[in-house]
Design a protein around this ligand. Structure first.
Ligand code: HEC
Length: 391
């Protein structure tokens, strides 16, 4: 009964995580788009925009959507009177982070012997996982308090190098898939903590000053704006980690951390294209760079053709039966499994051959058998990989 209920908890959390994440990233993309597309409006002879009740504005943007025209006005940091109601955007970020940590807990940390153990035992592996989230925020936030933060490109390069180093480190300590997911969670934690510790508090100060009819300290708005910009660049690499789950050839690659760093760089480049396009700056070079990067990754990761003696299914069948079928069977015998994972049943040559490419990746990278719960030996592993790699 418990595994069954945990499956539902897992599904509900994953659903919530997607819903909240879509709302958060949707709002974040929309506001960045707004900000990039705001154009200065015509000014009168007194240098001010004649707008009547809205007072002075920085710029405006027109759009058409869902059968209506919309005009958004961008105000500066001072407003004459606090509008009512004033909409805030924060539950999306907090719900995404909380459901994400819930998922880490249900999928990885509570099942640590299956999903976290590998180079490290289950307990220390969970310690590394939790520690990585805390460390990510402390290091990033610390870096934001140095003069480096005023040089966006240099800051970006340092952050990228630090996260790549973290990915490499986690890859040495955790199974590939857990390492990936924790790098994603590190970036997600930085983004949510930016909202919680910096963006919302600085907005709160801005709003409080406006309510008192005072001009707020510009530094508040600027700090929030900078952290929002950082979040904007984290989104695409983070989303890549989330979908990579379904693509074992990424995290299961022997150099999965490098794959993550390379695809992450392409994600940053694509985000940059959108930002430059919105600001009306030339962006063609970055489109070219994104495409070239993508093609280079695809070529560099192409599998090498199998060489060596052929291995017969008869040699592999008993290994699959004892090491894989406890989970990958119509009725699994492994405790905690109520159905074959991802519907993959490995009970005969035809089905195994159909999944051979994935088997080769999963078994060679030690992602399978999960947590090596069925105790596969290195010799058995080599044999299964050799069989699976044959065309
Ligand atoms: C302890 C249980 C367990 C054992 C033993 C196990 N697996 Fe799996 N396997 C899983 C789970 C759980 C998943 C689903 C992972 C996920 O959700 O992405 C999976 C997924 C897979 C996938 C699909 C990957 C994908 O994304 O489509 C392959 C291929 C696979 N296993 C092969 C094997 C092989 C080959 C063996 C034996 C050498 C094996 N597994 C042993 C639990 C197990």
């Amino acid at each position: 009964m418990l595994p069954y209920l945990l499956d539902w908890a897992h599904l509900a959390l994953r659903w919530l995580h997607l819903i909240a994440g879509a709302a958060w990233i949707g709002a974040s993309f929309y506001f960045n788009w707004l900000n990039n597309n705001v154009r200065p409006v015509a000014r009168g002879p007194d240098g001010k925009v004649a707008l009547g009740p809205e007072g002075e504005i920085v710029g405006d943007v027109w759009s058409v959507h869902g059968g209506a025209f919309y005009r958004a006005l961008k105000k500066g940091y001072t407003i004459e009177k606090l509008p009512e109601p004033l909409h805030w955007f924060y539950w999306e970020a907090y719900t995404t982070w909380l459901s994400g940590v819930g998922l880490l807990l249900v999928v990885y940390w509570l099942n640590a012997s299956a999903w976290m153990a590998g180079p490290l035992a289950a307990g220390p592996a969970v310690g590394v996982g939790v520690g990585s989230l805390v460390a990510a925020w402390l290091v990033y936030d610390g870096l934001c308090r140095t003069p480096l933060v005023r040089r966006p490109a240099a800051f970006g390069v340092v952050m990228y190098a630090l996260l790549t180093a973290a990915a490499w480190g986690l890859f040495q300590l955790l199974p590939g898939r857990a390492a990936y997911m924790h790098v994603g969670a590190m970036m997600g934690t930085i983004m949510a903590a930016n909202v919680f510790f910096v963006i919302i508090p600085s907005q709160r100060k801005m709003v409080d000053a406006a309510a008192r009819g005072e001009a707020p300290d510009l530094a508040f708005g600027q700090a929030g704006g900078l952290r929002s910009l950082h979040n904007n660049y984290f989104t695409l690499p983070t989303l890549f980690v989330m979908v990579s789950n379904h693509f074992p050839f990424t995290y299961g690659n022997g150099r999965g951390w490098l794959v993550l760093a390379a695809v992450g760089a392409v994600g940053l480049c694509i985000r940059h294209v959108f930002n430059r396009k919105g600001q009306g700056k030339p962006y063609g070079a970055f489109v070219g760079l994104s495409v070239a990067g993508g093609v280079a990754i695809v070529i560099a990761m192409a599998p090498t053709p199998h060489t060596g003696p052929t291995v017969a299914w008869a040699e592999v069948a008993p290994i699959v039966a004892s090491r894989c079928a406890p989970c990958h069977a119509t009725t699994p015998t492994q405790a905690g499994f109520v159905a074959p994972p991802l519907g993959l049943v490995l009970d005969g040559e035809a089905k195994a051959r159909g999944a051979a490419a994935k088997i080769a990746t999963m078994v060679s990278s030690s992602a399978m058998p999960l947590g090596n719960l069925t105790g596969m030996t290195p010799e058995e592993r080599a044999l299964v990989v050799a069989w699976a790699q044959e065309p």
